[in-house]
Ligand binder design. Structure first.
Ligand SMILES: NC(=O)c1ccc[n+]([C@@H]2O[C@H](COP(=O)([O-])OP(=O)(O)OC[C@H]3O[C@@H](n4cnc5c(N)ncnc54)[C@H](O)[C@@H]3O)[C@@H](O)[C@H]2O)c1
Length: 248
């Protein structure tokens, strides 16, 4: 898939799914602003992309800060001349406990980082895409954006919220040549999961009928397709990337 006529932004690019996707999109020709809080990590990734012949620039900032998000999108537009792709992916697991054991502060922070940030991102990206004549946005939800788990009510609420906000934006801008889709990864092998004990890990694996966890590159490939013109009639969809977890 050829993304040489695409430029835009990836949030949460410093590790995991965001990092793998940045590498995959850059390899396909997209010009990217990488946004995350840890500047050193995104600068390293910018260098790695440049070494591979790609084009990227770093923007350090917090997605829970609407002014920072607006500046990041403006930076991408200035750097590349237009913005027509966006992967709004930054997120945190939030507190892991039963609902009544979670503090109001922890709940609010999870909503701010995972859900409100998606509004801030699209609020800045859509006007830029209208100026560019169209675009494609992918928002990272989760399997927990369509089914629930008892120990992560705030996270689950944010991911269900992303599913809905994605569909509303898709319907709202479909006639303006802007597509908006959400992705719903199952459990993906990340450094975080490697810290889990054997029994928790096997319980997690057992939830996926394919009998394994996903890989970040498997998510990156789906995002690549959604951001490319190859998915031109896919709009407002919730793409499960979960080894059939939610199909049961
Ligand atoms: N790994 C999984 O199993 C899994 C499954 C379903 C959905 N997801 C979702 O995928 C996305 C990426 O997760 P990951 O697994 O790659 O995790 P990760 O921790 O490796 O990456 C998260 C990224 O978001 C960034 N980030 C977090 N808070 C931020 C903030 N306030 N401002 C800017 N950047 C911030 C981090 O710096 C990092 O770059 C998240 O939205 C997560 O909810 C992950």
């Amino acid at each position: 898939m050829d993304l040489r006529n695409k430029a835009g932004i990836i949030t949460g690019a410093s590790s995991g799914i965001g990092r793998a996707t940045a590498l995959r999109l850059a390899e396909s020709g997209a010009k990217l602003v990488l946004m995350a809080r840890r500047e050193a990590l995104i600068k390293e990734l910018v260098d790695e992309i440049a070494k591979n012949g790609g084009v990227a620039a770093a923007f350090a900032g917090d997605v829970a800060d609407p002014a920072a998000v607006e500046k990041a999108v403006a930076f991408a537009e200035k750097e590349f001349g237009f913005v027509n792709i966006a992967f709004n992916n930054a997120g945190v697991p939030g507190p892991q406990a039963l609902l009544a054991d979670i503090s109001v502060e922890d709940y609010k922070r999870t909503i701010e980082v995972n859900l409100n940030s998606i509004f801030y991102c699209m609020h800045a990206e859509i006007p830029a895409m209208l100026r560019a004549g169209g675009g494609s946005i992918v928002n990272t939800s989760s399997i927990l954006g369509v089914v629930a788990t008892p120990l992560a009510a705030p996270y689950t609420a944010t991911k269900f919220g992303i599913t809905g906000m994605t569909k509303a934006a898709a319907v709202g801008y479909a006639d303006k040549n802007i597509r908006v889709n959400s992705i719903h990864p199952g459990y993906i092998e990340t450094p975080l999961l490697q810290e889990l004990d054997e029994s928790t890990l096997s319980q997690m694996i057992a939830l996926h009928p394919q009998g394994r966890l996903g890989k970040d590159i498997e998510v990156a490939n789906a995002v690549l397709w959604l951001l490319s013109d190859a998915s031109s009639f896919t709009n407002g969809s919730s793409l499960m990337i979960d080894g059939a977890y939610t199909a049961q």
